[in-house]
Design a protein around this ligand. Structure first.
Ligand SMILES: [Zn+2]
Length: 421
């Protein structure tokens, strides 16, 4: 009797299993539902998209994994005299450079709450930016750290009639991997400048479109940990490269970056400054540590634009499929900005993903739409930005219910191993 009941259970399980097998296949054009724009606009959450607007690139605090970290490739050049009067020694300078990269990334990783305006509710979002020291693979043993003993370009004069702010000769002569790495040059202040009482000899820099100059490291170089002071100097210039303006000017394009009140360069200067100093990365203040949502959005908009020529400095981490970067959509999500993804996408039961702009899928990556899930492509472009192929879109079906694919406008599906038939 007991055996019979067991058999019955096994039989029921087999029957049930046969009946409920999930099928998975790549979509054909017959799977596509079409929706016109007017119909789409009637759907809550659907909007007319201003392509490239910074708002579309602010990391989503509910889904931080939808904004993968951008790694900016950098290298460093220490400029010195032919008799190396400034050197802390190549070994120590190398250690210093590695420390500077570490400290820089500490700041990118630990965004700080804005001081201004007082009692603000400005969200503290992850920057999703890092830098990565990048050697030249064609130079054996290269570390991405270079030493130049050349009297012509040792000194940096930041202001005054002899200023060298815009001089580019050292980049033309010594730049390495210019088409893929952001070159950072480290200078000493000119001795004549240091004699002047009005010259500001502290850390500073300039971003000249495709490379960065930093000054102040030699002059304040006293111990191994000094790079903690210099990290904001470097990050400030990197942020310029990706389109951020100084936050003390009114039209920096961000409403959430009030400038510091005049002369309050630090909270510690006076009781008044205690509430009026800024700590924004793009202000000239003692603590340049905070990035606002608008600033982060602006940087990511630049990094995501195929037309922006500084995109070339970003490590193409999206050219390799990673299991850990698999995105699972379980609720209603709208991607208004462009993305370069590093994992598969699965839209689960109850999930709705609407894509409006460009999405690069990683080589071998795929989008899977589960029964009860929906993918809407609203004039979107799905492609692979590495000159390779991604697999394509697959739908799953269970008990007659299948994942749903909706086209609005004219979506473009490119570089798919299993294209639409
Ligand atoms: Zn600046």
């Amino acid at each position: 009797m007991r055996i019979n009941i067991l058999l019955l259970f096994v039989l029921a399980f087999v029957l049930y299993s046969c009946h409920s097998i999930m099928t998975t296949r790549y979509i054909t054009s017959e799977d596509i539902e079409r929706m016109d724009i007017a119909q789409a606009l009637g759907i809550p959450g659907n909007t007319n998209v201003r392509y490239g607007a910074w708002e579309h690139y602010v990391p989503d605090s509910l889904h931080p994994d939808h904004t993968p970290i951008r790694y900016i490739r950098v290298n460093f050049h220490w400029m010195n005299t032919s008799d190396s009067i400034y050197t802390p020694g190549e070994y120590r300078a190398t250690e210093y450079t590695k420390g500077l990269v570490r400290a820089s990334n500490y700041s990118w990783r630990k965004n700080k709450k804005m001081y201004l305006p007082p009692r603000n509710n400005t969200p503290v979002l992850p920057s999703q930016v890092r830098i990565v020291l990048t050697p030249d693979p064609s130079i054996p043993g290269d570390k991405g750290i270079y030493f130049h003993y050349d009297d012509q370009w040792v000194h940096h004069v930041h202001e005054g009639k002899n200023r060298t702010l815009a001089t580019r000769g050292m980049y033309d002569k010594y730049g390495v991997q210019k088409d893929s790495v952001l070159n950072v040059f480290i200078f000493a202040h000119h001795p004549d400048s240091l004699k002047s009482e009005t010259y500001n000899a502290y850390g500073g820099g300039v971003a000249l479109g495709n490379f960065i100059k930093i000054v102040g490291i030699y002059d304040v170089y006293k111990n191994r940990d000094d790079y903690w002071k210099q990290r904001t100097n470097l990050n400030h210039e990197i942020a310029h490269i990706y389109g951020l303006s100084h936050s003390w000017i009114k039209n920096d394009g961000c409403d959430d970056t009030p400038p510091h009140v005049q002369d309050c360069f630090s909270r510690t200067l006076s009781a008044y400054c205690d509430t009026m100093a800024s700590n924004n990365l793009m202000d000239y203040v003692a603590e340049q540590l905070a990035l606002t949502p608008c600033q982060i959005g602006r940087m990511h908009a630049r990094m995501s634009s195929l037309r922006n020529n500084r995109r070339k400095y970003i490590l193409p981490s999206w050219c390799e499929l990673k299991d850990t970067m698999h995105i699972r959509i379980k609720d209603t999500v709208e991607w208004l900005g462009a993305k370069d993804l590093e994992g598969h996408i699965t839209i689960e039961n109850g999930g709705l993903l609407t894509i409006h702009d460009r999405v690069s899928m990683p080589p071998g990556g795929k989008i899977t739409v589960a029964p009860g899930g929906q993918l809407r492509l609203n004039d979107a472009r799905l492609h692979n930005d590495c000159g390779k192929q991604w697999k394509g879109i697959e739908i799953q079906e269970l008990d007659g219910e299948k994942g749903s694919i909706v086209f609005i406008g004219e979506p473009k599906l490119e570089d798919m191993e299993f294209p639409l038939e």
